[in-house]
Design a protein around this ligand. Structure first.
Ligand code: ADP
Length: 250
């Protein structure tokens, strides 16, 4: 039986004694494309930080690729695009190619495979359409261009799991469409597993294969067809919102 990409069982997490995730369980299989949705403060970013191994759960267990999640040991297998990129010092004298190359720093697989860093960076820049900016300083780019640099940085290690936290907020509509096409291609052709955190619950059904609706607990996890047919979800969202979310009806 194939190993789950993510297996989370009964995890809870608190900040300063206030529980923000409570008894969360779900599993993700290779090729799943999960839309992670929930109100502000529902614990989405905290769940991502737990999956990335940045924090540990108070209770429960997390296994990533079948292994206990003890930090960034297997970072090359996970590509992460953070929500906020404004932590970056705009005067930092790094080129676009150098920032994208940082995505390979902890890649344990590449060290053994012996691939060329330059080629991997070029390929990632090409995927997000910014090859021409490779020598530009990161501080000289627009917000949308910087976001593409961070997407390229996440893709450069050829990850098996891609996690994106509200990645399209700074993108113009055309770049946004290209970006969703790129995710579709990675998911379908390369079977990259994807978790996309989004506020856009009305659109995610057009892209993702599964919905994880979080509100401190798992309110719903399953396919959009299951969401559409769930009487419980009708009672939570009302029939009209339920079918806007599931995207199965014109
Ligand atoms: P979401 O990503 O769904 O908006 P978060 O995971 O960021 O939710 O936050 C969940 C809850 O935890 C919120 O109530 C938030 O205020 C709180 N929280 C998040 N980060 C911290 C932190 N570093 N310290 C204290 N409370 C936090």
């Amino acid at each position: 039986m194939p190993v789950d990409v993510i297996a989370i069982e009964g995890i809870s997490y608190s900040y300063g004694g206030i529980e923000v995730l409570s008894d969360v369980s779900f599993s993700m299989q290779r090729g799943d494309y999960i839309g992670l949705v929930g109100p502000n403060g529902s614990g989405k970013s905290t769940l991502i930080r737990l999956i990335l191994g940045l924090v540990s759960p108070a209770r429960g267990s997390i296994r990533i690729f079948g292994l206990p999640n003890t930090g960034f040991r297997d970072r090359g297998r996970i590509g992460y695009v953070p929500q906020k990129i404004n932590f970056f010092n705009p005067h930092f004298p790094s080129t676009v190619a150098e920032v994208v190359g940082l995505g390979l720093v902890n890649d344990s697989r590449r060290k053994t495979a012996g691939g060329s860093t330059g080629q991997a960076v070029e390929h990632a820049l090409d995927l997000v359409g910014i090859s021409h900016l490779r020598k530009t300083l990161i501080g000289d780019l627009s917000g949308g261009q910087q976001q593409r640099v961070f997407i390229a940085r996440a893709l450069v290690s050829n990850p098996e799991l891609l996690i994106l936290d509200e990645p399209t907020t700074a993108l113009d509509p055309e770049t946004r469409d290209n970006f969703f096409n790129l995710l579709h291609q990675l998911n379908h052709a390369n079977r990259v597993s994807i978790i996309l955190v989004t506020h856009d619950i009305g659109s995610i059904g057009a892209f993702a294969s599964k919905l994880l609706y979080l509100d401190k607990k798992v309110v719903f996890y399953g396919s959009f067809d299951e969401f559409c047919l769930s009487a419980h979800m009708t009672s939570v969202f009302g029939p009209s919102s339920q079918h806007i979310i599931c995207h199965k009806h014109g």
